[in-house]
Design a protein around this ligand. Structure first.
Ligand code: IPE
Length: 265
C-alpha cells in the first residue's frame, strides 16, 4: 500500500461541527480548534466528517435513507449532496487555514452502496494522496445504491472501510459528549461515563429517546459500527471534541476522559 507507518483515522461527528437541530449552522471555531490540535500533535490522519444539520434534516424529511420511492426525492437528494459539499468546503477551508494540506474526496463519486451499506469504495485516491503528504477528507453523503437506486453513506461506515484498509493506530470518534454513559445524560440525575464499553453493556443500555433527526441510526447504529472497527483489533474511542485538548492528547497517546470500545470478537 506504500503507507510506511500507521496513521489515525478521525471522525468529526455532525453534532460537533454543526448544531444538529438547526439547519446550516457550522461550528467554525470548534473545528478550527480541533484541527489546530491535530497540527500540534503532529500526527498524520485521514479525516471523515458527518453531515449534521446540513444533511440529516432534509434526508429524513424525504426518506433518502430508504432509497428511491418518488420523483420528489431526486431534487431533495441533489440538494443534500450540494449541502454536504458546502459543509465539506468549509471544513476543507478550515484545514487549509490551519496549515494542513487537506484534499476532499466526495463519496458520491467513489462509493457504491447496497441497501444502505457500502458495497464498494475506491481506496486508491486515499492511498495516493496520503502517501504524497496530503490529508484526505471525506464525509457522509448521498450515494448510488445498487439495490435501492440511492441511499445515505454515513461517515461511520466510511470510518469502518478506511479502518479495514489502513489499519490505523487508533480510530477516534469526536462527539459532543464525553463518551457513552450508563444512561442518557439528559434524562438521568447522575449519569456515569463508561470508560470502556463491551457488547454486553451496549445491549443493556436503554435506548436513548433523543429527538434529534438522524437518518443513520442514531448512537446505536454508530456504536455497532464502532464495535466492528474494534473487532479488527484496532483501538477505537469516542471523545468529547467540545473540551479543549482531548483530541490532541488522544493523538499523543495520553490517558484522557473518553469511552473505549472493546470488542470480544
Ligand atoms: C450522514 O452522515 C450523511 C447524510 C445525512 C447525508 P453521518 O451519519 O456520518 O453524519 P452525523 O455525524 O450523524 O451528522
Amino acid at each position: 500500500m506504500g503507507v510506511g507507518f500507521r496513521m489515525f483515522i478521525i471522525k468529526f461527528g455532525g453534532s460537533v461541527i454543526t448544531d444538529k437541530k438547526q439547519k446550516y449552522t457550522f461550528e467554525r471555531s470548534t473545528i478550527l480548534r480541533l484541527i489546530s490540535e491535530i497540527k500540534e500533535a503532529q500526527k498524520r490522519t485521514l479525516v471523515v466528517h458527518g453531515a449534521g444539520s446540513f444533511g440529516h434534516i432534509m434526508a429524513k424529511e424525504y426518506e433518502l435513507h430508504k432509497g428511491y420511492k418518488n420523483e420528489g426525492q431526486i431534487q431533495a437528494a441533489a440538494g443534500v449532496q450540494k449541502d454536504v459539499k458546502h459543509l465539506n468546503l468549509m471544513v476543507l477551508d478550515s484545514f487549509l487555514e490551519i496549515g494542513i494540506s487537506a484534499v476532499s474526496l466526495a463519496p458520491s463519486s467513489f462509493v457504491i452502496n447496497e441497501n444502505g451499506k457500502i458495497k464498494s469504495m475506491d481506496m486508491g485516491s486515499f492511498k495516493r494522496y496520503f502517501d504524497m503528504g496530503f490529508t484526505p477528507i471525506t464525509f457522509g453523503d448521498v450515494v448510488l445504491d445498487d439495490a435501492i437506486s440511492f441511499s445515505i453513506c454515513s461517515g461511520d461506515q466510511l470510518m469502518l472501510e478506511l479502518a479495514r484498509t489502513f489499519l490505523p493506530e487508533k480510530a477516534i470518534f469526536v462527539a459532543d459528549i464525553d463518551g457513552i454513559f450508563s444512561s442518557a445524560p439528559q434524562s438521568d440525575e447522575s449519569p456515569k461515563l463508561l470508560p470502556t464499553i463491551d457488547e454486553d453493556i451496549f445491549l443493556s443500555i436503554k435506548k436513548s429517546d433523543s429527538h434529534v433527526d438522524d437518518v443513520t441510526g442514531s448512537i446505536y447504529g454508530k456504536l455497532e459500527i464502532m464495535f466492528e472497527i474494534a473487532s479488527l483489533g484496532l483501538e477505537t474511542i469516542i471523545l468529547n471534541g467540545r473540551v479543549e485538548n482531548r483530541l490532541k492528547e488522544a493523538l499523543q497517546g495520553k490517558d484522557i476522559v473518553c469511552t473505549k470500545i472493546e470488542s470480544r470478537h
